[in-house]
Each structure stands twice: as structure tokens, then as C-alpha cells.
Design a protein. Structure first.
Length: 401
């Protein structure tokens, strides 16, 4: 009888072990199927998203820009609320502060830039004459270059005449066609900023309180705070650095006699929000502006050289020292983000590229990243590690034995 009971117990234990292994296999296949569906849906969404964003740029661009600006203004809103001001009034003051900064930038950059674009066709012969020694130097190296220079020398007069006639008309038509849409988008963005800030405290409290557990509420609160802190810290810190850079460039240009130095400083500060490409574009614009003003080619290129020098100091010394490791990002991710958002929305998208990357990185860091490599190249799932499953199986077998 005893031997029969032992044999019955061994069979029962073996049966439980087989059942447990079968359940693990079923769970593994189920998880892998769900992961496959999630991965396929995610890939399809990612492929369709940029085209949807481009098609709906008139809606998505001001909405996204307004949300990024609103998140950056949250610390100012909270500071005003801690002083006893109601949420609506605090949001209004934050919007007014933002409009003051934007209006100052508009006056310093756009208004003088209009005059520069207006006189550009008239200065084309001067630019060609200033570049003549440099062009002649390279033309002596190869006959093809000499023929190209002769074609350029024959063209400026007709190009200048044609530009002087056609450019104002096209600009006026562009302004007439785009002004109503731009005004609507600006009003829409300002309303989004105001209502987002006015309801921020209630929205955050409602989101946290809606969690079913204390740990869930703390996790949501931590993600919200991390997104606000990272975004506002980046925008405010980079804005301060770029403002100082623009002031330094403007002062240097004023010392060498460059007209509209504050406009050029504002352009440098604005374009410096676009990593890599922005400083290069600023240097090209300063070189063009110098060629429009100065007669000597090296003096004309001096504004661009000054901007490049200031940028090298800012990018390699000042910004790393101030930001440190808090906002260190992968340069490849920055380049991909700039390229993607620049392709989707042009220059405004490039300006939003880094803040959006910070927001996405903060959310992903809190939510966790799926093991896509393990899903593609191993036999496990996206959520359960193979080693953990094996350990669980061994423990179950040990208890069954």
C-alpha cells in the first residue's frame, strides 16, 4: 500500500509539473501574440503619423507649439499661484509675459529684416563686386571655374532687375494669402496656452486622484513633474544662453560697424535653438549681410567668423558647464528629431524638435521601453524575460518533486 501511494504521489507531481509547463507555454504564446499585435499596430501608427501631421499642419503645429510653450510656462504659473493669485489670473499673466517676449523679438528681428530683404536685389552687384577677388583667385585654378565666373558676371544686372520687379509682388501675395491663416493659428495657440495653464492645477490633481492605488498616483505625479521640470529647464536655460549669445554677437557687430546689430543678434539667438543646422544658417546669413555692407571680402566675412567663434565657445564650454549631465541627450537622437520634425513642419518643426524629444524621453524613461530586440531575435516575449521564466519553472518542479 505504501509503495502504491508513493507511486500515485509521483504521478500526481509529474502531472502538476507537466501542467505548469504547458501553462507557461500557453502564456508565452499568448503574450507573444499580443506583443506581435501591439508591435504591428505601433509600426503602422508610426508610419502613418508623419503624413497625418503634415496634412494637418494648420491644426497640429500650433497645437504642439502651444503645448510645449505652456509646459515651459508651468513653473512661472506655479510661482504666481504660490503668491496667492488665482489660476485664471496667473495663466493670464504668464501669457502676457510670453507675448511681451515674442513681441520684443518680433520688433528686433522681423521689422529690420524686412528692410534687408527689400534692398537685397539692389545689393547683388555689390556682393558680386566684393566677391570678385576671391572668385578670380579660384578661377585661375581651373578653366571651368573661369567660365562659370563669366556667366555669373554677366547675370547680376538682369537678376537684380528681375528680382526688384518680381519679389515685392510675390511677397505681398504671400502675405495676403497667409496672413488670415497665420492670425487664426496664433489666436488658437494663445487660447490653448491660456486654458492649459488655467486648468493645469485641476488637471494634474484630477489625473493623480484618478489612479486606483497610491503607487499608481505617485508614479503619475512623478512623470508629470519630470516632464515639466525637464522641458521648462531646457527651454529656459537654452533661452538664457541663446539670449546672452545674441547680445555678445550684437555687441561685436556694433563694434565693427555692422548695421542693425540687434537684429543680427536676435537671428543668432533664435537660430541657435536649432542644434547643428541653426548656427550654420546664422553664419551664412551674416556672411550675406556682410557682403551687402562691406567692400572688402575679408571684412565682409568677419561677422560670420565672429558668430562662429562665439558659437564654438558657447557649444563647447558654456552650455556643457551649465547643463552638465541633467539634460544630456544622444546626438544621433537629436539629429533624427530635428530631421523628422523639420521634414514634417519645416523651420517651426525644427525649433520644436529638441523639446519634443525631451518630453518623449521623459515619458519613455518613466513608462519603460519594450524589449523589441528580444522579441525579434529571441523566443521570448516583449514583457517576460526568458531567464525569469526558467527560474519559475525550476522552482515549480522543485516543489512538485
Amino acid at each position: 500500500m505504501a509503495s502504491g501511494a508513493e507511486q500515485h504521489g509521483e504521478c500526481t507531481g509529474d502531472g502538476q509539473g507537466v501542467t505548469t509547463n504547458e501553462e507557461l507555454e500557453v502564456n508565452r504564446r499568448r503574450d507573444r501574440l499580443l506583443a506581435s499585435i501591439a508591435l504591428s499596430s505601433g509600426v503602422g501608427l508610426l508610419l502613418a503619423l508623419p503624413f497625418a501631421l503634415r496634412a494637418g499642419a494648420e491644426f497640429f503645429l500650433p497645437l504642439t507649439a502651444a503645448l510645449v510653450i505652456a509646459i515651459a510656462l508651468v513653473p512661472l504659473l506655479e510661482w504666481l499661484e504660490r503668491r496667492g493669485l488665482p489660476s485664471g489670473l496667473s495663466a493670464l499673466l504668464a501669457v502676457i509675459a510670453f507675448l511681451s517676449v515674442a513681441n520684443t523679438a518680433l520688433v528686433l528681428i522681423v521689422v529690420p529684416a524686412t528692410d534687408w530683404f527689400r534692398i537685397l536685389p539692389e545689393r547683388l552687384p555689390k556682393i558680386q563686386a566684393t566677391l570678385a577677388p576671391l572668385i578670380d583667385f579660384y578661377s585661375q585654378a581651373q578653366r571651368f571655374v573661369d567660365e562659370t565666373v563669366q556667366m555669373l558676371v554677366a547675370g547680376p544686372a538682369s537678376v537684380a532687375h528681375r528680382a526688384a520687379v518680381e519679389t515685392p509682388g510675390s511677397l505681398l501675395q504671400f502675405a495676403a494669402a497667409s496672413a488670415p491663416s497665420a492670425i487664426i493659428q496664433m489666436v488658437f495657440a494663445l487660447l490653448i496656452i491660456y486654458f492649459f495653464l488655467a486648468g493645469w492645477t485641476r488637471l494634474r490633481r484630477r489625473t493623480i486622484n484618478s489612479r486606483g492605488s497610491f503607487d499608481g498616483a505617485m508614479a503619475v505625479a512623478r512623470v508629470i513633474q519630470n516632464v515639466v521640470d525637464a522641458t521648462s529647464a531646457y527651454v529656459m536655460t537654452i533661452a538664457t544662453i541663446n539670449l546672452c549669445l545674441g547680445l555678445a554677437v550684437a555687441l561685436a557687430l556694433w563694434l565693427i560697424g555692422m548695421p542693425s546689430p540687434w537684429m543680427w543678434g536676435g537671428i543668432v539667438a533664435l537660430l541657435n535653438f536649432i542644434p547643428y543646422f541653426g548656427p550654420m544658417l546664422a553664419a551664412l546669413l551674416l556672411a550675406l549681410g556682410g557682403l551687402m555692407v562691406f567692400d572688402d571680402v575679408w571684412t565682409a566675412l568677419l561677422p560670420a567668423f565672429l558668430q562662429i567663434g562665439f558659437h564654438l565657445v558657447e557649444a563647447n564650454v558654456i552650455t556643457p558647464t551649465i547643463l552638465g549631465r541633467r539634460l544630456t541627450m544622444n546626438p544621433l537622437l537629436i539629429l533624427v528629431s530635428l530631421t523628422f520634425w523639420g521634414w514634417v513642419w519645416g523651420t517651426p518643426g525644427a525649433l520644436l524638435g529638441v523639446p519634443l524629444l525631451i518630453i518623449v524621453q521623459t515619458v519613455v524613461a518613466a513608462a519603460g521601453t519594450p524589449d523589441i530586440a528580444g522579441f525579434l531575435f529571441e523566443q521570448g516575449t516583449l514583457t517576460v524575460s526568458r531567464r525569469k521564466e526558467n527560474a519559475t519553472s525550476e522552482e515549480t518542479d522543485g516543489e512538485g518533486g
